[in-house]
Write a protein that binds this ligand. Structure first.
Ligand code: FAM
Length: 437
């Protein structure tokens, strides 16, 4: 049986000549022009990043290694007795582009188990932080604290840097992180919100199952975790968390520095924090109505009040997508097929927002995409299963997002991607280019 690392090595060796040829023979081929509004407007739509891990079509949504979300869930080996696949098998697929066998998947399960112990000093770091620190700040601090264990950084410092083989060190660090992030997140959760009582890992369980177990949440939360981590893993390379991770890694910073930076970007309200904001918005609104599900008219008014006060409707809109996010749809389907959730008032309200908000946003006329993104749906599932501390939701996103970011930077090293350094211009230069006197 070929191991993940050996399979990846073969893929990398097959891939390298394609990148080399493109640069050597076709380096001058144009991919597009850059306009002033793109330069000022967050580089929207400029094609200057390369990744094969996932691709985001504006109308179709995400494909992981060429597979839509339903195709991904159908193809991967399932945890016995569960409807959802092993996160570990998905990691194999993201890294190699191949669907692993059950045997290959279980090899990653075992590998991560061996690596999953949280170092004692990380616990010390977490406990030293004020208990009211945001869980994303705690998560970021824990990740950067582990930098001392980076194999990549150690070998670099020892003068062992080799452009052709350094991906192997990145791969080691990436696997260490993937194995530890779930337990760290669960530790933060229980320290902050569950009276500082902790549940040891169960060696029989896979990553998703263990996460649910260490959080102290019963089945089917293990499936929620698997679904959630896979759905949040990757959204091609230009989003803030993926791009930040890639940018920092491009300076030959190791996986710990790079992913901590990505996490800090994910913590922003326009990115990962939106899922916390969706639930805060929805619940505040329900509270004002004394807990009852509103009428469509009441909802429409509340949405307009939000827009008129200059705020965004959280969970709606997207920089690239121009239709309902399939990650939203996938979570909605989970709610619709799960007894209890379908009738749950909060889900009914989230469904009603889906009916009302797109029209309101269209009339408002600003957002290019009036449809819901992944964050509009995720909080309600967490709440239903008792994870009601919505400050924590972005940490869940961060555990999943690591899959994509870390697979990407492993390939960045394998293909020797350059340090990122776009060119800036001054406002006067833009005025000159525009012909403004
Ligand atoms: N509610 C109100 N206004 C919105 C809006 C929304 N949901 N989405 C976009 N707009 C406004 C936007 O603020 C901008 O206004 P100004 O011209 O006054 O600056 C205008 O519409 C054009 O924006 P756009 O081109 O459609 O979107 P952007 O690419 O600039 O921004 C988002 C994309 C996601 C940041 C934006 O849609 C937004 O703020 N959404 C709400 C927050 C959210 O759900 N974030 C999560 C995104 C998710 F995919 C993730 O990363 N987890």
């Amino acid at each position: 049986m070929s191991t993940l690392k050996e399979t990846l090595r073969k893929k990398i060796e097959e891939h390298r000549p394609r990148t080399t040829r493109l640069v050597k023979e076709f380096g001058d081929v144009k991919l597009g022009d850059v306009t002033i509004s793109q330069a000022i407007g967050g580089a929207r739509g400029i094609k200057c990043l390369v990744t094969d891990i996932s691709y985001l079509d504006p109308m179709e949504g995400i494909r992981f290694r060429g597979k839509t979300i339903p195709e991904t869930f159908a193809a991967l080996p399932k945890v016995p007795g569960s409807d959802y696949p092993y996160v570990e098998g998905f990691w194999w697929m993201l890294l190699t582009g191949d669907v692993p066998t059950m045997e290959q998947t279980l090899e990653v399960v075992e590998d991560w188990k061996k690596r999953s112990q949280i170092p004692a000093y990380v616990i010390d770091v977490l406990r030293a932080l004020p208990r009211d620190s945001h869980p994303m700040a705690m998560f970021s601090a824990a990740i950067v604290a582990m930098q001392r264990d980076s194999v990549f950084a150690k070998n670099y410092a020892a003068g062992k840097f080799n452009k052709m083989t350094c991906w192997e060190d990145m791969y080691e660090d990436a696997n260490e992180l993937m194995a530890k992030l779930g337990p760290i997140a669960a530790y933060i959760y229980r320290m902050k919100y569950k009276g500082d009582t902790h549940i040891p890992a169960d060696p029989k369980l896979d990553m998703g199952g263990n996460f649910a177990h260490m959080m102290g949440v019963d089945k089917p939360y293990d499936d929620v975790a698997r679904m959630y981590f896979i759905l949040h893993s990757d959204h091609e390379s230009g989003n803030v968390s993926a791009h930040t991770t890639h940018l920092v890694a491009s300076a030959l910073s190791d996986a710990y520095y790079s992913y901590a930076a990505g996490i800090n970007g994910l913590a922003g309200p326009l990115h990962g924090l939106a899922n916390q904001e969706v639930l805060a918005w929805t619940q505040n609104f329900m509270d004002k109505l004394g807990g009852k599900v509103p009428t469509k008219e009441e909802l429409e008014k509340a949405l307009w009040d939000t827009l008129n006060s200059g705020q965004v409707i959280p969970g709606y809109g997207h920089a690239v997508l121009r239709k309902t996010d399939p990650r939203y749809t996938s979570q909605r389907e989970f709610c619709l097929k799960t007894p209890g959730l379908k009738e749950y008032p909060l889900f009914q309200l989230v469904s009603m927002i889906f009916e009302v908000a797109p029209d309101v946003l269209l009339k408002h006329g600003k957002a290019k995409n009036p449809w819901p993104n992944v964050d509009a749906q995720s909080g309600v599932i967490q709440w239903y299963y008792g994870v009601t501390e919505y400050d924590f939701y972005t940490v869940l996103f961060g555990v999943g997002r690591a899959l994509g970011c870390l697979a990407n930077i492993t390939w960045d090293r394998a293909l020797g991607y350059a340090i990122e350094r776009p060119k800036s211009v001054t406002t006067a230069m833009l005025e000159d280019a525009a012909g403004i006197k």
